[in-house]
Design a protein around this ligand. Structure first.
Ligand SMILES: [Fe+2]
Length: 234
């Protein structure tokens, strides 16, 4: 398997490239619009054809590159049915298995950060989007977020994975790149160490985070797969 973890520093976003060397096919998880040039040259260098762009959710902090990539490379955009992006080519639900060459990618519905969040499981690793961060979690105060639901998603759908499963989050603000399920179960201060549902809800209620910087531009754009005039021009 070909694997790359790519970082967009303005919004601390991780994008993941997964490729099958045998058939030369690839997917990108959570591509960012401003980085589309980088993705296209990387795909070319690696002789990969982009088949899907997989969104973990409709993002509030950056504009997705899925629409631009669809126009440039003919890739299909994939998002959960409840994410609120009917522009996508493929609307998925819990348990859907995507097969791209030798890559088998399972979608797990992990709502709570938003009502349409999914994590993607592939072999020894899981891409958790904004459900589970390394030593943290996504916020639950926008986009039909629900702290109790996020707690249930993480405990039931992610912490049930084998302990050595690698955790690749949608963002990291502290320079971490990868964790494991075992590490998060033991050490995540919000969700690990046997914390109760009530305690997690209380932590999330007390966070008092700033209004998301780009939400007013990013949300409407992402509901139409990243299509805005400024994205097309920029
Ligand atoms: Fe998010």
């Amino acid at each position: 398997m070909i694997f790359r973890q790519l970082f967009e520093p303005d919004t601390f976003t991780y994008t993941y490239l997964l490729g099958c060397p045998r058939g030369g096919r690839a997917v990108l998880i959570d591509p960012v619009a401003s980085e589309v040039g980088l993705y296209t040259s990387l795909l070319e260098q690696l002789a990969l054809k982009l088949i899907y762009t997989l969104e973990t959710h409709v993002h509030a902090d950056h504009i997705t590159g899925s629409g631009l990539l669809r126009e440039k490379l003919g890739s299909k955009s994939v998002v959960h049915r409840d994410a609120g992006a009917p522009c996508a080519d493929l609307l998925i639900t819990d348990g859907v298995l995507l097969q791209i060459g030798d890559l088998d990618i399972e979608a797990r519905y992990t709502p709570g950060h938003t009502s349409g969040c999914v994590s993607y499981v592939m072999n020894d690793r899981v891409f958790t989007g904004d459900a589970l961060f390394i030593g943290g979690s996504g916020r639950t105060d926008f986009q039909q977020g629900d702290a109790g639901q996020l707690y249930d998603s993480v405990q039931e759908k992610l912490f049930s994975l084998p302990p050595d499963t690698l955790v690749y989050p949608g963002h990291d603000y502290n320079g971490n790149t990868v964790s494991t399920i075992k590490q998060e179960m033991a050490k995540n201060p919000r969700l690990g160490n046997g914390i109760t549902r009530e305690a997690f809800i209380e932590i999330m209620r007390e966070l008092k985070l700033d209004y998301p910087k780009y939400i007013d531009q990013a949300l409407p754009a992402n509901q139409s797969c990243g299509h805005t005039e400024s994205v097309r021009q920029g």
